[in-house]
Design a protein around this ligand. Structure first.
Ligand code: HEC
Ligand code: HEC
Ligand code: HEC
Ligand code: HEC
Ligand code: HEC
Length: 298
């Protein structure tokens, strides 16, 4: 009997671990894209889907205007433009050679084999944008993978469950049958997971990319700022999450609204001595911006 109890206890401990480990990692870009595919959401959330499709999150490895900005990492080590993360053969690339995945493709860190890094490096070198473009920050990445930060208390995000600012007990999607409430969806820390505090010091070769969340926390909030990233960037649930740098007109309009330049001038002539007038001008400029952080970032 005692043995049976012990066995049951062990079984219960083993089950959840087994369920997690049983999930096979993706061996190819197509497999990884399929695991985090959110095309099923389009049918019912058409407007949000259309906004997301135009957003930078939907092309997180593509770079501005299709610039394939991860290419330097795939270049042969030591050649012009290569980086400390480059290898002398793209076949040697691993997930660790792309520390950028931490924010640009978090699903690769937990669900991809090194073969995905090799395939990506080869696709970058071949300028195969169609293939690179399959890797995105999809609805699933935001509404599942990045939905829980206090994992010691709350555990990992569960399979086939979505998380959002409110729960939906019966969610009619074929795979994601419930939406649970996440504590962070309305908070800036949610975006701060990827929008950076400063240099990424945890890697064996530190580097810096986005650090706007640092500026938000240490400048905007201490100066009395009270809005969240979502308040300013996701009004009415807008998933374009502008600016969209591929849209020059939209970006200029946003910037024109966000940045104001006040110029006051005073022109006069200075009577230095009788009959000698020297032209002078005083120009006062004041640039203000309404963002909750420094712009531009980076
Ligand atoms: C068959 C239709 C259908 C499909 C497919 C579907 N949804 Fe939903 N979704 C709904 C409905 C209906 C609600 C509930 C709306 C409500 O009660 O406010 C909902 C609610 C949600 C919510 C919670 C909304 C909130 O207010 O916080 C999220 C998040 C969500 N869906 C994401 C997704 C994602 C991601 C997918 C794709 C994996 C998806 N949905 C697929 C119909 C669908
Ligand atoms: C801490 C998270 C984080 C890490 C790590 C990170 N990035 Fe970024 N990166 C971002 C975010 C967020 C943006 C967009 C927002 C911004 O620029 O403020 C961005 C923007 C960029 C841009 C400019 C926009 C574009 O698409 O052309 C480039 C280039 C870039 N990242 C390259 C890299 C490379 C290369 C690495 C790895 C060596 C990397 N990033 C690692 C978060 C990160
Ligand atoms: C960059 C992360 C991110 C991505 C990508 C993303 N979402 Fe969201 N989504 C959020 C956040 C954050 C909120 C909560 C916003 C708020 O409450 O202010 C949200 C809210 C929602 C809501 C509730 C909207 C409302 O009006 O109340 C739905 C539904 C939803 N998302 C569906 C989707 C679908 C479908 C996709 C893919 C097409 C998607 N999301 C992609 C972060 C994301
Ligand atoms: C999973 C990581 C992740 C999360 C979570 C995330 N972002 Fe991003 N975001 C990125 C990356 C990476 C880019 C840049 C993609 C590219 O290279 O163009 C980006 C781009 C953007 C951009 C476009 C401007 C630019 O420089 O590319 C805005 C604005 C933005 N994010 C705001 C937000 C807000 C607001 C939230 C929270 C609701 C959020 N993001 C959540 C990773 C993330
Ligand atoms: C008070 C409103 C406000 C808050 C709060 C805010 N933003 Fe912004 N954000 C803006 C404005 C305005 C711009 C400038 C618009 C533009 O560049 O076209 C901007 C620009 C950006 C950009 C583009 C940066 C670049 O290099 O040009 C990113 C990325 C971004 N915000 C992300 C965030 C994230 C993440 C948070 C929360 C940590 C946040 N924002 C909080 C208003 C805000």
């Amino acid at each position: 009997m005692r043995f049976l109890k012990l066995f049951m206890v062990l079984l219960f401990i083993a089950l959840p671990l087994a369920a997690f480990a049983a999930e096979k990692k993706a061996n190819s870009i197509d497999e990884l894209a399929k695991m985090y595919d959110s095309s099923s959401c389009k049918k019912c959330h058409a407007e949000i889907y259309a906004q997301w499709e135009k957003s930078h999150h939907a092309r997180s490895l593509m770079g501005v205007k299709g610039g394939l900005m991860l290419t330097p990492l795939a270049l042969k080590k030591g050649t012009p433009g290569s980086t400390a993360f480059s290898e002398d053969d793209p076949k040697k690339m691993t997930i660790k050679n792309f520390p950028c995945f931490k924010c640009h493709l978090p699903q690769a860190v937990i669900s991809a084999e090194d073969s995905v890094a090799v395939e990506l490096a080869e696709a970058l070198l071949a300028k195969d944008s169609a293939k690179v473009g399959k890797l995105q920050i999809t609805c699933i990445v935001c509404h599942n993978t990045k939905a829980i930060i206090h994992k010691r208390e709350l555990g990992e995000p569960r399979k086939n469950v979505l998380y959002s600012s409110k729960a939906v007990a019966q969610h009619p999607d074929g795979k994601y049958k419930a939406v649970e409430k996440s504590a962070i969806f309305k908070d800036s820390v949610y975006c701060g997971q990827c929008h950076g505090l400063g240099p990424n010091l945890e890697f064996d070769q530190p580097f810096q990319c986005a650090n706007l969340y640092g500026s938000y926390l240490h400048s905007y909030i201490p100066s009395g700022g009270a809005q969240t990233c979502q308040d300013c960037h996701m009004q009415k649930g807008d998933h374009l999450i502008a600016p969209n740098f591929n849209d020059d007109k939209g970006t200029s309009e946003l910037l024109a609204k966000a940045i104001s330049l006040d110029v006051q001038t005073l022109g006069y002539e200075w009577l230095r001595k009788a009959g000698t007038y020297i032209s002078k001008v005083v120009v006062n400029t004041k640039i203000t911006q309404t963002a909750g952080h420094r712009i531009p970032d980076g």
